[in-house]
Design a protein around this ligand. Sequence first.
Ligand code: GLN
Length: 200
Amino acid sequence: MTSVPTIGVLALQGDVREHLRSLTAVGARALTVRRPDELAEVDALVVPGGESTTMWKLADAFELLEPLRLRIKEGMPAYGSCAGMIMLADRIEDGVTGQQTFGGIDMVVRRNAFGRQIDSFESDVDFAGRGSFHAVFIRAPWVESVGDDVEVLATAEPGGRIVAVRQGPLLATSFHPELTGDDRVHAYFVEMVRKDGEEL
Ligand code: GLN
């Protein structure tokens, strides 16, 4: 992997611009992905926060569902924040009827899980043992359960819920690091991309 990886941000819906900024700030070449030919150009992909039901329907309409599933199966690194976490989950709870994901991470993610208690909140979490991280949650999902190959990178109050995970080249957070100007999660992802799925 070159030292300046090309990382796409899935730009169907959601907070695309914020992710482009964070990725650029940590030394990646960042570009938007809306079409299969654009997906083919990138080394890795960020799936932004937004609304997973809309993202799923647009990915279907833009004929990106299958190409994305294939790239993920082939080992493309991907990072999903919030709605993006939902999109990378193999299984979801509280989805709308028929809701599909790209999948890749062996976990069950509950949509709007924190949102049933409180719509949005902020909390300090310890991310990947790298110190305290100020996390912003907006109608956020939590991870209900994970398979054996999934590493838990952060939990949050209320409830000590799992809010960040990694499985090989795939990373997901319930919160939105792209909104706070603290680019350490993006730096972690770019490091993952450079190291090609190895331990950090
Ligand atoms: N609740 C949204 C969903 O289901 C996620 C919210 C977010 O990304 N901030 O997709």
